[in-house]
Design a protein around this ligand. Structure first.
Ligand code: CAA
Length: 410
């Protein structure tokens, strides 16, 4: 069976019937995780040599999409294991890959990604957790915020400052196992959405991590590995958003088909039809952008960061818009907790925030465009010269930059 059918079968048989229960309980749904493992879904993105199925990011996204159609929380509960294992895949030694990935692929071990801190969200490089070398160990101190899967996970990829004097080699990543003395779970967050998956603070108090757990066994590559991880993981968040949009659209279409007002099903009204048509069009556009980005990651294409950021921002903005419109179509019932649709809107909101806010995604896209623009200077030949004074003249450019705005020429 292909991944989509396999994931859809678990989504419909196991996830959808349990979605409201675990949303209300705000507890980790171990029975759903077991069903995912039994269906062989936990190792989709892990290469065969490390015990996985050898699929790629496209396959991962298809699974996340199908699960999120039934429950956005389960979509991230699943995808966060990919996020946590990507640093090992991207930067781990052979020994680290062999040690950790097979357990994750079987669904016997869960993994989590510890980058953000109270004072280091979008500005991920400003993190403060410290790692100090002590013989054949590193000693970790500090805390991490918004750790998704924390508490449930057995393994944590954790980023910390290993060389505060360095600008570009300041941060290293460590693989920390649950139960390591000095590693504790702190505050468990009470959340608006994705309530079945825990989000916690994690604390390190003189936590001694064996030197062999330094990712790649070379210090200073942590920030780069974090960025490469996020490039690979963002299509998964996009798929979570798009799956939520697709699921909300299905509920809204069915509801509009039988809900009668003014003597007719509301789907016969053009205002509702226009809403549904726009919802469907945006969802389909997001789907194709995600698959294109995921394929680019699988093929190691050069423009991965840009495409990955584009699909994340477009699909998750779509998720928020489509799920909000779906609630609107349900009208007063849509606002009530005994109807399934308000959960889609709550679950969608975080997708615009985590794994890089959509403002950060726009920044990543814009930085790529600025770089691409440098190779497009030949187009200046087609723009009248009268506005190009100083384009290539550093003195004029410096004068322009220094001039007060009222005297600067347009
Ligand atoms: N791949 C490889 N290297 C990269 C890279 C990439 N995509 N992006 C940047 N780098 C490298 C740069 O080349 C540079 O290297 P040198 O120092 O050797 O020159 C270095 O990293 C620093 O790059 P920048 O100057 O661009 O870094 P910056 O400080 O300006 O930050 C940023 C850029 C895009 C804003 C980044 O901080 C970012 O992505 N922020 C958002 C963080 C984020 O997504 N957090 C999510 C946490 S996880 C989460 O949310 C999970 C969950 O709960 C489920």
């Amino acid at each position: 069976m292909m991944w989509r059918e396999r994931a859809r079968a678990v989504a419909e048989k196991v996830v959808r019937p349990l979605a409201a229960k675990y949303d209300q309980l705000q507890e980790y749904p171990w029975e759903i995780k077991d069903a995912l493992a039994e269906a062989g879904l936990m190792g989709v993105w892990i290469p065969k040599e490390y015990g996985g199925s050898g699929g790629g990011i496209v396959d991962l996204c298809i699974c996340v999409e199908e699960l999120s159609r039934a429950c956005g929380g389960v979509g991230v509960l699943y995808a966060v294991n990919a996020l946590g294992s990507f640093p090992i895949l991207v930067g781990g030694t052979e020994e680290q890959k062999m040690r950790y990935l097979p357990g994750i692929a079987k669904g016997e071990k869960l993994i989590s990604f510890g980058l953000s801190e109270k004072f280091a969200g979008s500005d991920a490089a400003s993190l403060r957790a410290r790692a100090v070398k002590d013989g054949d160990h590193w000693i970790l101190n500090g805390e991490k915020k918004w750790n998704t899967n924390g508490g449930a996970a057995d393994i944590y990829t954790v980023f910390a400052v290993s060389d505060p004097t360095s600008k570009s080699r300041r941060i290293s990543a460590f693989i920390v196992e649950k139960g390591t003395p000095g590693f504790t779970i702190g505050k468990v967050e009470d959340k608006m959405g994705i309530r079945c998956v825990p989000v916690v603070e994690i604390h390190f108090d003189n936590c001694r991590v064996p030197a062999k757990n330094l990712l790649g066994e070379i210090p200073g590559h942590g920030f780069k590995h974090a960025m490469q991880t996020l490039d690979r993981a963002r299509p998964g968040v996009a798929a979570q958003g798009m799956g939520l949009a697709a699921g909300a659209l299905e509920y809204a279409t069915v509801y509009a088909g039988f809900r009668e007002q003014f003597g007719s099903p509301i789907i016969s009204f053009q205002m509702i039809q226009a809403m549904l048509a726009d919802m469907a069009t945006r969802t389909e556009a997001a789907r194709h952008l995600i698959y294109a980005a995921a394929k680019a990651v699988d093929e190691n294409a050069p423009n991965v960061s840009k495409l990955s950021a584009m699909c994340k921002l477009f699909a998750t903005d779509t998720a928020m818009q489509v799920t909000t419109d779906a609630v609107q179509i349900f009208g007063g019932y849509g606002f009530m907790k005994d109807y399934p649709i308000e959960k889609y809107m709550r679950d969608a909101k975080i997708t615009q925030i985590y794994e890089g806010t959509n403002q950060v995604q726009r920044l990543v896209v814009a930085r790529s465009l600025i770089k691409e623009g440098l190779n497009l200077r030949f187009l200046l030949d087609f723009i009248p010269k009268e506005i190009q004074h100083g384009v290539n003249d550093p003195d004029t450019l410096a004068r322009k930059a220094a001039a007060p705005p009222e005297t600067a020429t347009a």
